[in-house]
Design a protein around this ligand. Structure first.
Ligand SMILES: NC(=O)c1ccc[n+]([C@@H]2O[C@H](COP(=O)([O-])OP(=O)(O)OC[C@H]3O[C@@H](n4cnc5c(N)ncnc54)[C@H](OP(=O)(O)O)[C@@H]3O)[C@@H](O)[C@H]2O)c1
Length: 217
């Protein structure tokens, strides 16, 4: 049983992951800028059938010190401000960032450029001690939240800390129909983040909710 804290856990991705991991017996702490919003999110998850004893709510700065694994699930525009106040609390915890610097215009979704090279590289700069993994970028929150169906996708993961990668891959594997796939070092994060724009654009065109799979023969 891992203690998992989701910073930005009130959003669709955070709630989707929480819904799944709570059902696998993990203790999931939903974090928010506003404790009440986190409590409301937990209430909603419980209404949808999640086990209440596996869920907790708190302000992001309460959640981080209470857990072993932190999932970062905020919009890219909020990343710097969010992490600035959490950096000391995060210390050398395992952090998995799913943040994608995504823009939308008349042509649909696209990857915004980030001076550090990727959202995860920027995260690395702000959290120098964290055991950082980047992943889940293209995993659909809608599919996560349909808890009676397998997700049927891969969660591609990259990072420089093998042990942290293994922990996050195992967490991904525990979600029915999801497979945690470690692809390589953290420098691949820009490519993983970029895949989200591709998948979202396809999903808009095809009016579907496709996920990514690496297919091996
Ligand atoms: N949705 C998906 O399917 C999906 C899949 C893979 C990756 N992602 C990526 O994962 C991240 C989260 O996705 P999401 O769709 O769940 O995002 P979201 O709903 O836009 O945001 C998640 C949470 O972040 C907090 N937040 C929003 N604006 C903020 C701000 N200006 N400053 C600080 N906190 C703010 C909010 O929580 P509080 O107001 O409660 O603090 C919000 O509920 C994004 O970077 C996204 O690109 C999303």
């Amino acid at each position: 049983m891992e203690r998992i804290g989701i910073v930005g856990g009130t959003g669709p991705l955070g709630r989707g992951l929480a819904a799944r991991w709570a059902r696998q017996g993990h203790r999931v702490h939903i974090g928010s800028r506003d404790r009440q919003r986190a409590e409301d999110a937990v209430e909603r998850l419980v209404d949808e059938g999640a086990p209440p004893e596996q869920l907790a709510a708190g302000a992001n700065e309460e959640v981080v010190p209470a857990v072993d694994v932190v999932i970062l699930a905020v919009p890219y525009a909020a990343q710097q401000a969010t992490l600035a106040v959490l950096a000391d609390l995060v210390a050398d915890r395992i952090v998995c960032t799913a943040v994608v610097p995504l823009g939308f215009d008349g042509d649909g979704p696209y990857l915004e450029s980030v001076a550090a090279g990727s959202a995860a590289a920027e995260c690395r700069e702000i959290l120098p001690e964290a055991r950082l993994v980047a992943g889940f970028h293209a995993v659909s929150s809608k599919r996560l939240r349909r808890v009676d169906e397998p997700v049927d996708a891969d969660a591609l993961l990259c990072g420089d800390d093998e042990e942290a990668l293994e922990v996050v891959a195992r967490l991904a594997d525990e979600i029915p129909g999801l497979r945690g796939v470690i692809v390589g070092p953290l420098r691949l994060a820009a490519q993983l983040e970029g895949q989200t724009a591709v998948v979202l654009s396809y999903n808009r065109r095809a009016k579907t909710e496709a996920g990514l799979r690496l297919v091996e023969s």
